[in-house]
Design a protein around this ligand. Structure first.
Ligand code: UDP
Length: 323
């Protein structure tokens, strides 16, 4: 297929583009490089540097690349920042996303795979979270993702735009080529590995008084390659749908740090800090629906496997993409 990967210079988009290319698809990557990196654009892909706010430019780019489907990863994705600057989140994730949907309908592109988030669920009453759980976001980031999910339903009904929304839990790890490099790193695993690399003196644990076995937050870490595989399966979906994507298992912050110590063989000094605003104590997915309907099966579930892949990448690229 011919796929336009929007936001394909970012962490998840770059690995999805790589997998698509490995499987013989034709790929164009569109990215404004505000969060993404030029070096994360797979050399085999055609690259278009463009901001989704540029409505006319976007409409032309979609017509020119004439894709069979679009994968849409481009978004602002930091919960904390969204609490300080909601406008940025509603503008980038909703208004600019609408430009993309309008460009698609104008060019008669009828299929989209959308990066949604477990942040649409807010504070779940229990875990694991399945698709029937109420979606009640507790921050503008989650709200923006939920709004876009709803918009997709209307575009499907009115314009016949088939969508698959994938609600990621905690994407982690790396492919051989591409990994996680945010200019402002807030995520746990890269922050811990920076300590192992000697680039940071210690890692901070945000909250040790949660109602969890070791007092730290529990997340469902999913290998980026398993996540990317789900996107490829989504291209074959015969109907629109929304799916939770995790492994069904959870690891606490302390367990992640222990796994990083084990995999890297380094000491990781920690400093205990108060809770980070907006962090739910426990987020674990059940992904039975995508297994049943699209035949997805995670292959790299073990936390050590995920951390090992990330560690290899960070050792190879200690400065990340260097930009
Ligand atoms: N966390 C932490 N120290 C860090 C980064 C994150 O203790 O330097 C915690 C964070 O509070 C959360 C968990 O690790 O409980 C996962 O955070 P991350 O930002 O990686 O992902 P999120 O679940 O927020 O999307």
């Amino acid at each position: 297929m011919n796929i336009l990967v929007v936001g394909g210079a970012g962490y998840i988009g770059s690995v999805c583009a790589e997998l698509l290319l490995n499987e013989g698809h034709q790929v164009a990557i569109l990215d404004n490089l505000s969060e993404g990196h030029r070096a994360a654009v797979d050399r085999r892909a055609h690259f278009i540097q463009l901001d989704l706010a540029n409505r006319d430019g976007l409409a032309q780019a979609v017509v020119r690349s004439c894709p069979d489907a679009i994968m849409h990863f481009a978004a602002s994705a930091l919960v904390g920042e969204s609490m300080r600057d909601p406008s940025k989140y509603f503008r980038n994730n909703i208004a600019n996303g609408l430009n993309l949907l309008d460009a698609m309908t104008a060019a008669d592109v009828r299929q989209i795979v959308f990066s949604s988030s477990c942040a649409t669920f807010g504070l779940p009453e229990r875990t694991p979270i399945d698709e029937s759980f109420p979606q009640r976001p507790i921050n503008p980031y989650g709200e923006s993702k939920l709004a876009f999910e709803k918009i997709l339903r209307w575009y499907d009904q009115i314009h016949g735009l088939r969508f698959v929304s994938l609600r990621y839990f905690n994407a982690a790890g790396a492919s051989g080529k591409f990994g996680e490099d945010h200019r402002w790193e807030t995520h746990l695993i890269p922050n811990v590995l920076k300590v192992a690399l000697g680039r940071q003196p210690h890692v901070e644990i945000f909250g040790t008084d949660y109602d969890t076995p070791d007092g730290t937050c529990i997340r469902d870490y999913i290998h980026i390659l398993d996540l990317a595989r789900a996107h490829i399966l989504a291209l074959g979906a015969s109907a629109s749908g929304s799916y939770n994507l995790g492994t069904g298992g959870g690891s606490s912050v302390r367990q992640v740090i222990d796994a990083c110590c084990k995999v890297t063989g380094k000491e990781i000094p920690v400093i205990e800090k108060p809770r980070r605003c907006g962090d739910p104590p426990r987020l674990i997915a059940t992904s039975e629906k995508i297994k049943r309907e699209l035949g997805w099966q995670p292959q790299f579930q073990a936390l050590d496997t995920i951390v090992t892949s990330a560690w290899k990448w960070h050792q190879q690229f200690p400065n990340g993409y260097g930009d």
